[in-house]
Design a protein. Structure first.
Length: 139
């Protein structure tokens, strides 16, 4: 089966992102900001919380066979195009370089480009998928 045949489209990927935001990122941020006694928006800006989230998105799929919590709930996961297991290098290329750093250096432009790619490409691969040799598959 090729990635084009089994690729997860825009809506499941968006659903997984929203699930991670509401189930992982939001509660963790609220708890930590309550403990620290700061406004949680200020806490996010000053704490490097976005770096912790990138670590979550990079490491969890290695430990959980391509899943993060949101993807597991939506029954989709990250896979390599060549069918081999994910590696730390693959996930660093995908999440750190292809997603986080590019978005940071282009002021979010690459996030918009990835959105368009997921919608228009038959294999639904985003920019960070293309960089890392991955895709998101239905399970």
């Amino acid at each position: 089966m090729t990635p084009k045949d089994n690729a997860a489209g825009f809506l499941p990927r968006l659903g997984a992102l929203l699930a991670d935001s509401f189930l992982i990122l939001l509660p963790a941020t609220l708890i930590v900001s309550l403990v620290m006694g700061e406004n949680w928006f200020t806490f996010i800006e000053r704490s490097g919380w976005d770096y912790a989230y990138v670590v979550y998105l990079t490491v969890t799929p290695l430990l959980w066979k391509g899943y993060v919590v949101g993807k597991r709930l939506l029954r989709i996961r990250i896979a390599r195009i060549d069918g081999k297991p994910l590696t730390i290098w693959t996930m660093l290329m995908r999440q750190v370089i292809g997603y986080f750093l590019l978005a940071m250096f282009t002021f979010g432009l690459t996030t918009f480009i990835s959105l368009i790619l997921v919608i228009v490409r038959k294999d639904h691969r985003s920019l960070h998928d293309l960089i890392a040799g991955t895709y998101v598959e239905k399970v």
